[in-house]
Design a protein around this ligand. Structure first.
Ligand code: SAH
Length: 363
């Protein structure tokens, strides 16, 4: 029996759980009317659960030095072509001050994965100085890869509130295919559990449209993320980077198809976890100028404008075609403001913007 999109969406908007077959059907949509119906339903659920408010997270790309060698990522250890950099504590504090002055309620510090004492200490000191400089008024998210429970505890004590760590895929054989042998899936999952135990607001997600990944896999990913019961979702389309092994596995890359699939995943994620925070990621913008706004209409409620000094942005390229390489933070804020008001939403200036899901969990 073919499942009817209208019936699936009616169930979802009434708060009934979706099954794997329902999600596969939604992810396989190719008809324009069905496509619009999916976004409309996701948008309705978003307005009901998180409201028409977009929260900014000022993104600071702190370093592209990485111990890992993920086959898809432009800053992988073996990529000799990329000049490596690490911001100083002062650089980071300055970017944080800018975000604070411009009433961003929250920051994300993202970078390559380094597991050593010097790095742990560097991040600890950065967190302490950043809070001292901004009166402790900013919520801080880290996205620094897998770390031991002890390190996560130290960073939490130094003022990190949230952590993003994507599982990349819930299909373990696919994970193995796109990572060197010593990069294991189970410890990554353990790290997500440790983050929760240590009191972080936890975010995860997957890459969408990896070669070999099917709509069944993506539906499994969504159900897996739902069962992990995370507070935040960060996921975006896979985009090849020319200096990585994975780029050469793909004869062609269909930008429009990846954008569409990415947007359908966001919409389905909103239906599956109505009260989580969900980012319209930069990868969407890399595929279309208005990709992030499309993400907001498909159910996302978070945007992460880059507040890193443009002179460092070029070296932090996870994939080809990274947008806004030369735009300064002020230009990017003004551009986003216009685009967000054009879709009838407002910006939650000065607010931390916890997900309602997290607030319910701790109340
Ligand atoms: N090193 C940290 C954070 C930086 S990478 C970590 O591992 O969490 C952040 C995310 O960028 C990754 O989780 C991955 O999902 C995404 N990414 C990396 N390469 C990509 C590519 N080629 N296309 C799309 N997303 C990519």
């Amino acid at each position: 029996m073919t499942l009817l999109v209208g019936e699936i969406l009616a169930r979802a908007t009434r708060g009934r759980p979706l099954l794997k077959d329902d999600l596969v059907r939604l992810l396989e949509i190719s008809d324009e009317t069905e496509y619009q119906a999916l976004f409309q339903a996701a948008y309705e659920v978003k307005r009901e659960h998180v409201g028409p408010v977009v929260y900014f997270r000022g993104l600071i790309e702190i370093s592209n030095i990485c111990q890992k060698d993920c086959l898809y990522c432009g800053i992988r250890k073996s990529n000799q072509k990329v000049p490596r950099f690490r911001l100083s504590v002062d650089d980071i504090v300055e970017a944080a001050r800018w975000a604070h002055t411009n009433r961003y309620g929250s920051l994300v510090l993202q970078g390559g994965e380094i597991q050593d004492d010097k790095h742990t200490q560097f991040i600890t000191e950065t967190l302490q100085q950043l809070h001292a400089a901004t009166g402790g008024e900013l919520a801080v998210t880290l996205s620094l890869g897998e770390q031991s429970r002890d390190v996560l505890r130290r960073w939490h004590q130094a003022g990190a509130h949230r952590y993003l760590l994507r599982l990349e895929t819930s299909r373990q054989d696919l994970y193995r295919q796109y990572h060197p042998e010593d990069h294991l899936w189970a410890p990554r999952l353990q790290c997500l559990e440790d983050l929760r135990t240590e009191g972080y607001q936890v975010g995860t997600g997957v890459m969408i449209g990896l070669p070999g990944q099917t709509c069944e896999d993506l539906a499994d990913d969504l159900l897996y993320i739902r069962d992990l019961d995370v507070d935040m979702i960060g996921m975006g389309p896979f985009i090849p980077h020319g200096d990585t092994p994975l780029a050469h596995h793909l004869p062609t890359y269909d930008k429009a198809a990846h954008l569409n699939l990415g947007l359908k995943m966001l919409a389905c994620a909103r239906l599956v976890l109505p009260d989580a925070n969900m980012a319209a990621t930069t990868a969407l913008q890399a595929l279309s100028d208005t990709g992030r706004e499309m993400g907001l209409i498909a159910g996302a409620n978070i945007v992460m404008p880059n507040v890193t000094d443009p002179k460092h942005r070029r070296a932090y390229q996870l994939y080809d075609g990274k947008p806004s390489l030369d735009e300064n933070s002020e230009q990017s804020r003004l551009g986003l403001e216009k685009r967000i008001s054009s879709i009838g939403e407002s910006i939650g200036y000065g607010l931390w913007g916890n997900s309602p899901r997290f607030d319910k969990r701790v109340s």
